[in-house]
Design a protein around this ligand. Structure first.
Ligand code: ATP
Ligand code: MG
Length: 500
């Protein structure tokens, strides 16, 4: 075949332009059939696709939430004021998308990326669709690097790995949000960017979380995506999806993101609300049948990519609220089955001032153990069993049980463990401090001191360890804990105890 002659090609083009017939392009528009809270039923848009943005005459936007045979359910993204049945709706041909990029860090945005912090819109030209496909199995890799939360009870007992989905689940006011926020604050010196998604919370509660982070270094590497309880249900519905796209931008560049969905119980309630308004058939607990699929496809988007695909990761901490400790309700069981473990918070522990109130019996981390730093693994080995035995013995002793010397010893050790696992908010413990504390427990150092001394050591150790250059070896290779380093760590604990 000979190369095309540019002259002929040009003439052909000119010919086509000359013969073109100009006319009005057909624009598909539909009619509002009915309105319900935050939702419009629209007819006459045969070509519309799921998640497509539609525009109402007032300029308000909505997106196609569900497609029916001869109508579309449109969820509003702006106020529906001024829109009435019979009004026109225009297609845009574009699906819901959000701005993404570095410029979003440090910002408070709504689920469409519009600023809520009184500043200019984020300076970025890139957009990603809010709903995107999860990476395939081939694109993924095993979870192998730790995501340190700085909370001893989690890092030692239920280690979380980068790319893991760990549910935080518990009753109202048991410190669920605080655990997630502490994990965010602990990333201030790591290479992990954080995204906190507030779904259906009261404005004051969200403001508290934002203020907590804003006053600290972690703000510079955190994005807040907020869809308040009082806003459009469509925005609440969209929030976790669009925030995940923001996280994916980092992941696709080989970077690591931590995303907190606070909380998916409220997201499920929004989904139910919209489905009932759209007259979809309700199923169990009046949720529509696709509720499981909704959250499965959301959480599938988290994970660790293989080195061939850049090695980036998204770690998800979805939060869920339960009533009266009932983990077997519909939404909790769904969420438990689609995550890689759960941190269960307990109202009774919380009331007894054991905070973070993590129930070690019900909590589990299914993949993070492989990612846990070797040094921590070495010293945390018996912790869970000893602590569980302690809790059991404590219950018996309350009934005036055994009282033999073995039980007394177990109680003594257990009290020290409980004191170690108690942690104030905003007081993350660096890995080295965690290792030193558990090595001291292991060596029996803490059994000899008053239980109150545990808090003192926790306060003093970080500075002592930070000042010791000999520990750099462990800092550089947290998988190696040799006897020399173990001795050095114990010596620091003795110094902190004042028993040198
Ligand atoms: P909600 O169900 O309302 O979302 P929650 O389970 O997310 O509540 P938080 O808001 O995190 O709970 O915490 C409830 C209260 O307990 C807050 O006032 C918080 O300051 C306090 N709290 C949480 N964790 C700790 C802790 N480790 N030490 C001391 N106080 C804590
Ligand atoms: Mg909360």
């Amino acid at each position: 075949m000979s190369a095309p002659n540019p002259e002929t090609a040009l003439n052909a083009l000119k010919g086509r332009i000359a013969n073109a017939t100009l006319g009005a392009a057909a624009e598909e528009s539909g009619t509002v059939l009915g309105l319900a809270d935050g939702l419009a039923q629209v007819s006459g848009l045969p070509g519309v696709v799921l998640n497509e943005i539609l525009i109402f005459p007032t300029g308000a936007r909505g997106f196609a939430l569900s497609l029916e045979e001869d109508s579309v359910q449109v969820a509003f993204l702006d106020s529906a004021d001024g829109i009435a049945a019979g009004g026109k709706v225009r297609r845009t041909g574009e699906v819901v998308s959000v701005p993404v990029g570095e410029a979003l860090l440090g910002r408070v945005l709504d689920p469409l990326g519009r600023p809520l912090d009184g500043r200019e819109p984020p300076d970025t030209s890139e957009h990603l669709a809010a709903e995107r496909l999860a990476p395939t199995i081939i694109e993924r890799d095993f979870v192998s690097e730790p995501l340190e939360t700085g909370l001893l009870v989690i890092d030692a007992l239920f280690a979380i790995g980068r790319g893991q989905r760990e549910l935080i689940i518990g009753e109202r006011q048991t410190g669920k949000t605080s655990i997630a926020v502490d994990a965010i604050l602990n990333q201030c010196e790591s290479d992990v960017v954080c995204i906190y998604v507030a779904i259906g919370q009261r404005a004051a509660a969200v403001a508290r979380v934002i203020d907590t982070v804003r006053g600290r270094e972690a703000m510079a590497r955190t994005i807040f995506v907020v869809a308040e309880a009082s806003g459009e249900p469509g925005l609440r519905w969209l929030a976790p999806f669009s925030a995940t796209s923001m996280a994916e931008w980092f992941r696709d560049r080989g970077r690591h993101a931590l995303i907190v969905y606070d909380d998916l119980t409220k997201h499920a309630a929004t989904h139910r609300e919209l489905a009932l308004l759209a007259r979809q058939p309700p199923g169990r607990e009046a949720f529509p049948g696709d509720i499981f699929y909704l959250h499965a496809r959301l959480l599938e988007r988290s994970g660790k990519l293989s080195a061939r695909h850049g090695g980036g990761s998204i770690t998800a901490l979805p939060i869920a609220e339960i009533d009266a400790g009932n983990l077997s309700a519909y939404i909790p069981t769904n969420l438990i089955s689609i995550s890689d473990g759960q941190i269960v918070t307990s109202a009774s522990l919380f009331a007894a001032n054991q905070r973070p109130a993590v129930d070690v019996g019900l909590s589990v981390s299914r993949v993070g153990g492989k990612a846990q730093a070797g040094a921590l693994k070495k010293v945390a080995g018996r912790l869970r069993l000893e602590y569980a035995q302690y809790l059991e013995k404590k219950m018996f002793s309350r009934f005036g049980g055994f009282g033999d010397s073995g039980a007394a010893e177990g109680l003594l050790r257990g009290e020290r463990i409980a004191a170690l696992l108690t942690q104030h908010r905003f007081a993350p413990l660096p890995l080295l401090v965690q290792v030193a504390l558990l090595a001291a427990l292991d060596a029996g150092l803490l059994d000899k001191v008053d239980v109150g001394a545990v808090a003192t050591i926790k306060g003093r150790l970080p500075a002592l360890l930070a000042a010791d250059p000999h520990l750099n070896r462990l800092r550089a290779a947290p998988d190696q804990l040799d006897d020399d380093i173990r001795k050095a760590l114990l010596q620091h604990v003795r110094t902190a105890l004042g028993t040198t």
